[in-house]
Design a binder for this molecule. Structure first.
Ligand code: FES
Ligand SMILES: [Fe+2]
Length: 372
């Protein structure tokens, strides 16, 4: 764990949240960083595939016949058409344009009109590979062939997740689409992460969450390129958010952030786990894509109903509260009367301390080549 004694008091300047040239530099940073692509549970059999887009770069992941998950740019080497769409299963990959076919290992298998002038040797053509790695069951891609492996970038993260959520290995993907839902917010992606990385706002802005939790006992831990947050509930079955089953439910929230734009966690309530990627669309607009895991079988007969109540609360209460806060702050970033804020940090009061957010900003500034 890193210590939290840094003393920088001023936050990222407003320009980091609103300027197109900053987003252009962030784009390069994102395309050189580990980006959440999905979960191994989505690629159970050889031929199962999922797709994703990072800015304008289209990628797909497929389990090959040797049972290895491969990632490729989703583009045909013949003339550039996209190869696959959405998610599903394919024995071979056939390009919709001129029907060149590729094996699951990316090698060219056939062309309908072989032997035309200029046709390349089959062995000279294969799909362009992308780095892919697994972290505690989650799949990440990186468009930088030289990128540091995830285990070196965020040492100890996978082991920590598996140790603190031992059931993670047994959870299954909820629903069969790559990302269960997309949440759009009219704010910069960093405003959303700043909001995620502190609970200073939980008391004033999330009354029902505050009633369910024991915010005073909230703890953040800082690590190389990630953070961990432990958020115990107040152990109240009946509370203003949604009901908890004190026997079967998760009673201590656990939340991780992996730089630059991934979060993972286990929310209090019915057992499960989620992961999200924050995709900047413009400096003022972000799409959060989420994937949920659940238990293979219900923990008790009432679990589905509690899950439904939590989802309803999450989408109609806490997400609305956070979206309103973030969208309001984004307008603030554009005000000529605002240039830069202050961090409130206290090593003993993690219920109000913003040191995890500052840690994010320190990593960010270093990655962007700026002084902190
Ligand atoms: S572009 Fe794919 S076969 Fe022609
Ligand atoms: Fe919040």
């Amino acid at each position: 764990m890193l210590d939290t004694k840094d003393t920088r008091a001023r936050t990222l300047a407003a320009r980091h949240y609103i300027r197109a040239d900053v987003l252009e530099n962030e784009r390069e940073l994102f395309l050189r960083s580990w980006q959440l692509a999905g979960h191994v549970g989505q690629l159970k059999e050889p031929g199962d595939f999922i797709t994703l887009s990072l800015f304008d770069q289209n990628i797909f992941l497929v389990r090959d016949r040797s049972n290895v998950v491969q990632a490729f740019y989703n583009v045909c080497p013949h003339r550039g058409h996209q190869l696959v769409e959405g998610s599903g299963h394919k024995a071979v990959l056939t390009c919709p344009y001129h029907a060149w076919t590729f094996g699951l290992d990316g090698n060219l298998r056939g062309m309908p009109k072989r032997g035309g002038a200029g046709a390349p040797e089959r062995s000279d053509v294969c799909l362009s590979a992308v780095r892919v790695e697994e972290l505690a069951g989650f799949l990440f891609v990186n468009l930088d062939p030289e990128a540091q492996p995830l285990a070196e970038f965020a040492p100890g993260l996978a082991a920590q997740m598996l140790e603190r959520v031992p059931e993670l290995v047994d959870l299954v993907v909820e629903g069969d689409t790559a990302y269960g839902h997309t949440y759009t917010c009219r704010s910069n992606w960093k405003v959303m992460l700043d909001n995620y990385l502190e609970c200073h706002h939980c008391g004033p802005a999330h009354h029902s969450f505050d009633d369910m939790m024991n915010i005073a006992q909230n703890r953040f831990e800082l690590y190389q390129n990630y953070t961990y947050q432990c958020a115990p509930t107040a152990m109240k079955a009946d509370n203003a958010a949604f009901r908890l089953d004190l026997e079967h439910d998760v009673l201590e929230g656990q939340f991780w952030f992996l730089f630059p734009n991934t979060i993972f966690g286990q929310f209090p309530g019915a057992r499960g786990f989620y992961a999200s990627r924050f995709d900047p669309v413009t400096p003022d607009l972000t799409e959060r894509r989420s994937l949920s895991l659940t238990t293979a079988a219900p923990t008790d007969p009432d679990m589905a109903e509690r899950n439904r109540l939590r989802t309803e609360w999450s989408t109609t209460v806490v997400s609305v509260e956070d979206r309103n806060l973030c969208e309001n702050v984004q307008k603030g970033m554009h005000q000529r009367g605002y240039q830069q804020g202050w961090y409130i940090t206290d090593p003993d009061a993690h219920d109000i301390s913003e040191h995890a957010m500052r840690h994010f900003h320190d990593i960010y500034l270093a990655a962007m080549g700026e002084e902190s």
